[in-house]
Design a binder for this molecule. Structure first.
Ligand SMILES: [Zn+2]
Length: 840
């Protein structure tokens, strides 16, 4: 059901999505809007913590109504979230969410920035957040973002005074922004940054408040608003045929992997911002009060403004090219401006307006979307002028700065086409997100100095087109791209990338061995160039064995793959480690895997990651055989239980009936199923009856908000928002004699070692006497929470509710999580008859 909603959504916004990968081809109304924006010299920086935190209504309003240069600084890339559209999690999800933010900004007209902070998962308090992040590094990144972007106004999404009442990352983003506001103009704060940027003082800082922060609309209506500015963000843009709200919801719907597709609202709507710091507003309704946002703002700007305001006031929608002489005049004046900051911003804007007005089409398209080090790449160069302007293509510079002289006239609509080549350097950087090149810590990414703050790794393979327009030299730089077409999709673009000569991958991330039986694993080797002859070995822990030791690989063609099967033999006792395939070609070794991320709404991405799979030999016993699984918001329970030898069938909730259930030993409910599946409310009684008859029902976490059933359990059970986010928090066993801790596996504190991201979430805080709480745990400084695992006997079977994060521990191959879950499935099955068998 969810899948079809997403498909529908994808179809609805295809128009915008297709644009995401194509070169821009602005219409005259878009050119006019760009001229309006060119004539506004003011900027706004919006600050929050995650992709999707940002209020696209306000960003769209600032960028399109006010015409301000507007950016969103998201401290993290959102690696900790969940992915509703594909298998990517963690750092790969961060790559997708980075691109979704860029896609959103292409729609709402903003720019995008990041810090090096990593979204490590839920955090209750900003103090904890700042501990796990390197607070000083993140603060330095916020200071750098402000010094580089030079906003007049900063707007925080979150309230710095609400520590503990929202995600710690949220409050931390507001606190850091507040702190940075006072440091950015101080030469002794992060003085090293002053080698590449200058001091700056934003005029004022606001908090983007709203009723949500007051608990209810009624409370907010009564609140004192004397310190607030209200902005009607419901304005309509006739040039776009869209209201600001409609535009904003298209932007926020780019966050597809979060399931953020949402309907829009129309009409007048107020957005509130509360003044926090800087120069107070003196009755004005503009956040820019007291700031000159005209061309007069900069030295030498008046003469430029005189030209450009005239272009704006008399804009010719039928023939924008008629403005080229004036635009070129402004371009020449701008090149003499001393203010480097505004000169660079305005030159970029003005050049793209000149390009658009003249209908210039400049493209450098490679014959493939990737190449390897040392490879020679052929490129098709296209240059076309679609105006009467006097234009000459003097030369173009290929990558590696090779200048190719042309001196050819670009007459109206007479296309010039050239074939040329360049050679990728033998030590060229391979294309991958810069923040994933080197392993960071739990809280921080590592990044080369020059990349800090950038949304993505800048493209380095570019072609410069050196033109003369009306005898004035002007250079346009275009990234090398790959243009191709598909019969069912039309013309498509991919970025041009450098990949390793050989990559390899193991098909699974985790292999669980429930006994000492060997398993076969599959390694796929892929050629980045023609004629690869090499050998593959697999690095493995000492107590494990892999054979054969070496396999030959021979690949004739670039892009070709070869599949190799290796046999892995586990040690007799519990053990875990990693397998790493290494391909040797000549005297070089290759140990990376190439991950390709391809969705319609974002540009194609390649990511190079260390090629490793976890292997776990479990010391595990289990009872019962046939498990039914009901999928909720998505977890890997079926695959994980299959790996330890269970027979798992996924059941469509509609198909639940006593006969089907009678064939099962246990039923596992996927995470948040009672929040997402309507049909379950009709099936609860049958599930409880199944337990009465001797089945085990294991319910994983749900949230009390939007629960679709009145009765979650056969006995009283009330969910709360308590969670234990420290994955290393001490776990106390409340009743060491309880069967779930003893049968068939003896559970000890060792089974709670090596957990990842968190212990669990949304634990119940009230339950009937029928339940036995099994574990006690808490985060630092909090009272013990006993609701993480509750077991109740019901008739002949057991009902178990657990908020423990098995959905995170299974894919990470955490042995204790498997052993405890096996006990939950096995409880009461001491003398099980094996007659209950599933039919095909
Ligand atoms: Zn958030």
């Amino acid at each position: 059901m969810r899948k079809s909603t997403i498909l529908l959504l994808l179809a609805c916004i295809t128009l915008n999505l297709a644009k995401a990968q194509q070169p821009e081809k602005p219409s005259s109304s878009e050119i006019f809007e760009a001229v309006q924006k060119l004539n506004f010299l003011g900027s706004v920086l919006y600050v929050a913590a995650h992709p999707d935190d940002e209020n696209t209504r306000l960003i769209a309003y600032m960028a399109n109504n006010v015409k301000a240069r507007t950016a969103y600084l998201s401290l993290t890339r959102g690696d900790g979230g969940q992915n509703l559209i594909g298998p990517e999690i963690r750092e790969l999800l961060g790559v997708i969410r980075t691109q979704e933010l860029l896609a959103a900004r292409r729609v709402d007209g903003g720019e995008q920035r990041f810090s090096r902070a990593n979204d490590f998962g839920y955090s209750k308090h900003p103090d904890e957040t700042m501990d796990i992040w390197d607070k000083d590094q993140v603060l330095s990144d916020v200071v750098l973002a402000i010094r580089q972007f030079k906003p007049d106004v900063i707007i925080n999404r979150f309230d710095h005074r609400r520590a503990g009442r929202t995600h710690g990352h949220h409050t931390a983003s507001a606190l850091l922004s507040m702190e940075a506001f006072d440091l950015v103009n101080n030469p002794s704060s992060y003085p090293d940054q002053l080698n590449k940027t200058e001091l700056w003082q934003p005029k004022r800082l606001f908090f983007n408040t709203g009723w949500w922060f007051y608990g209810s609309r009624e409370n907010f209506e009564k609140a004192d608003k004397s310190n607030m500015l209200s902005i009607d963000i419901g304005v309509y843009y006739p040039l776009k045929g869209l209201s600001n709200n409609e535009l904003a919801s298209i932007a926020s719907s780019q966050h597809l992997c979060q399931g953020f597709g949402r309907p829009t609202t129309r009409g007048e709507q107020s957005e509130y911002i509360e003044f926090l710091k800087g120069e107070p507003l003196n009755g004005s309704s503009s956040v820019f009060e007291g700031i000159d946002t005209t061309w007069n703002r900069i030295k030498g700007g008046k003469a430029i403004g005189d030209i450009l305001y005239e272009v704006e006031n008399n804009f010719d929608f039928r023939n924008p090219a008629s403005h080229l002489p004036k635009l070129m005049e402004a371009y020449q004046l701008l090149s003499k401006v001393e203010d480097k900051h505004w000169k660079s911003i305005k030159t970029k804007q003005l050049k793209s307006i000149i390009e658009a007005c003249s209908g210039l089409y400049l493209e450098a398209s490679a014959s493939n979307n990737w190449a390897t080090q040392g490879e020679t790449v052929s490129v098709n160069i296209e240059a076309l002028n679609r105006s009467d302007a006097n234009m000459v293509l003097e030369s173009f510079n290929m990558p590696n700065a090779v200048n190719v002289k042309k001196d050819m006239s670009l007459a109206n609509n007479q296309k010039l086409n050239f074939q040329d080549v360049f050679t990728v350097k033998t030590d060229a950087d391979e294309t991958t997100p810069y923040w994933l090149k080197e392993k960071g810590s739990l809280g921080m990414y590592k990044a080369e100095e020059r990349f800090i703050g950038k949304p993505e790794t800048p493209r380095v393979y570019n072609v410069d087109f050196n033109l003369l327009i009306n005898n004035t030299p002007i250079t346009f730089t275009k990234p090398v791209v790959y243009r191709y077409s598909k019969p069912d999709k039309g013309e498509l673009y991919k970025p041009f990338e450098i990949i390793p000569q050989v990559t390899s991958s193991i098909t699974e991330q985790v292999f669980i061995f429930e006994n000492s039986q060997q398993k076969d694993i599959t390694v796929i080797v892929k050629a980045g160039k023609d004629n690869i002859e090499g050998e593959v070995t697999i690095k493995h822990p000492n107590d494990w064995n892999v054979y054969p030791n070496i396999q030959k690989v021979s690949l004739k063609n670039k892009g070709e793959e070869q599949t190799l099967v290796f046999t892995v033999i586990p040690p007799p006792n519990q053990s875990e480690g990693y397998l790493n395939p290494v391909v040797t070609v000549g005297d070089k070794t290759y140990d990376k895997k190439l991950v390709e991320i391809e969705y319609n709404h974002i540009p194609f991405q390649t990511v190079l990651l260390p090629n490793e799979s976890k292997v776990v030999r479990l010391d595990i016993q289990k009872k019962g055989e046939n498990i039914g699984y009901i999928q909720g918001a998505g977890d890997v329970v079926p695959e994980s239980l299959q790996q330890i030898g269970y027979n798992v069938v996924t059941i469509d909730p509609k198909d639940i009936n006593p006969e089907l259930l009678s064939k099962l030993d246990a039923v596992v409910i996927g995470i948040r199923a009672y929040n997402t599946i309507d049909d379950l409310k009709f099936k609860q009684e049958q599930l409880f009856d199944f337990v009465k008859e001797g089945g085990n029902l294991i319910v994983q976490y749900n949230t009390s908000f939007r629960l679709k059933v009145d009765q979650l359990a056969p006995y009283d059970l009330k969910l709360s928002r308590s969670r234990v986010t420290d994955e290393n928090a001490e776990v106390r066993l409340l009743d060491t004699n309880h069967p779930v801790l003893n049968y068939p596996n003896k559970i000890t504190s060792k089974d709670f070692e090596g957990w990842t991201q968190e212990r669990g979430l949304y634990f119940p805080d009230e339950w009937g006497d029928e339940f036995t709480p099994i574990l006690s745990m808490n985060d630092k400084g909090e009272s013990p929470k006993e609701g993480s695992l509750l077991v109740a006997k019901h008739g002949k079977g057991h009902y178990i509710y657990t908020g423990l994060s098995f959905f995170r521990e299974f894919p990470a191959g955490v042995p204790g999580a498997y052993r405890l879950f096996a006990n939950m499935l096995s409880i009461g099955k001491d003398n099980i008859s094996t007659e209950k068998k599933l039919e095909d």
